[in-house]
Design a protein around this ligand. Structure first.
Ligand SMILES: *[C@@H]1O[C@H](CO)[C@@H](O)[C@H](O)[C@H]1NC(C)=O
Ligand SMILES: *[C@@H]1O[C@H](CO)[C@@H](O)[C@H](O)[C@H]1NC(C)=O
Ligand SMILES: *[C@@H]1O[C@H](CO)[C@@H](O)[C@H](O)[C@H]1NC(C)=O
Ligand SMILES: *[C@@H]1O[C@H](CO)[C@@H](O)[C@H](O)[C@H]1NC(C)=O
Ligand SMILES: *[C@@H]1O[C@H](CO)[C@@H](O)[C@H](O)[C@H]1NC(C)=O
Length: 278
């Protein structure tokens, strides 16, 4: 119970009546339903860079992140003299087992390549360790020389090189994979995707999946800085974006944009009127 209450505070929303595994949440002006009924199979899919990871080795700004010494992570550092930093797990990656996702099937949809074999291996072991054993056994195991055919390249449920803005399609592939390879049927509404970039979250508007932007408190331009937090991983129905350092429902953000542009029009009209009077 404490967990839900905390999550809701983090979202700056209020709780309505709880009934039959569904909690109604007031997302500013809209009632949204949080599915707390984990009896149905659910899927949590994650972006990698700045979601499961943070800016490499930046413990000065992200003191709770964890550096994996020796594991090269090239993300966004290609153009620097060194070309990489060591893989740095976000608080989300370390605390995944404290979120509702520990009861869900897991997947990854990364626009980058998720590093070399060693980074992929660490990330996969993070996923394995986060969930209950029956869910963990549904994930592929890491195998290398013994069976190269098993190596992760770009296959579901660990999808890499999944283009920015097209992640909803990769998430579909993960859902299909669980159906065809694991005989697990996951309803669209029980699918949750987490990513630090707005460009990857917005396209989920056209789907029945849920998508939440993370790393809202720590930003690095259009990217996250420290990566996701466990408190940002909640089973909220719909699409949630970062605004002013917090997660806010898409409708509320777009509503305020409309208000702003209206105010802008009024200001322009006033200026035009003043000019005419002169
Ligand atoms: C909430 O919805 C009502 C009725 O549609 C509308 O009048 C009001 O302006 C909305 N408020 C916000 C903050 O969106
Ligand atoms: C999550 O995993 C970490 C590290 O394996 C462990 O220390 C922690 O107790 C676990 N938390 C929960 C809620 O299971
Ligand atoms: C992965 O390995 C574990 C332990 O060896 C095993 O129980 C599980 O079935 C394996 N999973 C797959 C998909 O092969
Ligand atoms: C798939 O799952 C369904 C329902 O859980 C079950 O009835 C069916 O036997 C399973 N099929 C296979 C091939 O395991
Ligand atoms: C991103 O973070 C790095 C490390 O703190 C910093 O050097 C860089 O200026 C930041 N870029 C933006 C756009 O915030």
């Amino acid at each position: 119970m404490a967990f839900w209450a905390l999550s809701l505070v983090a979202l700056r929303v209020g709780v309505g009546e709880a009934a039959d595994g569904v909690t109604t949440v007031q997302c500013q002006n809209r009632s949204i339903q949080i599915n707390t009924d984990i009896s149905r199979p659910c899927l949590c899919a994650f972006d990698v860079d700045r979601t499961l990871t943070g800016y490499q080795e930046l413990l000065s700004e992200c003191p709770r992140n964890e550096v994996k010494d020796g594991v090269k992570d090239f993300a966004y550092l290609y153009a620097t003299p060194r070309g990489f930093g060591f893989l740095t797990l976000s608080e989300l990656a370390q605390g995944l087992n404290s979120t509702f996702c520990r009861r869900c099937y897991l997947g990854v949809a990364s626009a980058g390549g998720a590093g070399l074999d060693d980074e992929k291996q660490v990330l996969l072991s993070v996923l394995h360790a986060a969930v209950d054993p029956s869910l963990s056994s549904a994930l592929p195991n890491w195998t290398t020389e013994e069976d190269p055919s098993q190596q992760i390249e770009s296959e579901a449920p660990f999808v890499v090189w999944c283009g920015e803005g097209g992640k909803h399609r990769c998430v579909s592939k993960i859902v299909e994979w669980y159906s065809s390879e694991r005989n697990v049927t996951i309803l669209d509404e029980d699918v949750y995707f987490f990513d630090d970039k707005e460009d990857n979250i917005r396209p989920f508007v056209g789907t029945d999946y849920n998508a939440l932007q993370v790393s809202c408190e720590s930003r690095n331009g259009s990217r996250g800085l420290c990566g996701g937090l466990p408190s940002e991983v909640t089973p909220v129905r719909g699409v949630v974006l970062c605004a002013d350092g917090a997660q806010v429902c898409l409708e509320d953000i777009d509503h305020s944009l409309v208000e702003t542009s209206k105010a802008g029009h009024i200001a322009l009209a006033a200026v035009a009127l003043l000019l005419m009077l002169h």
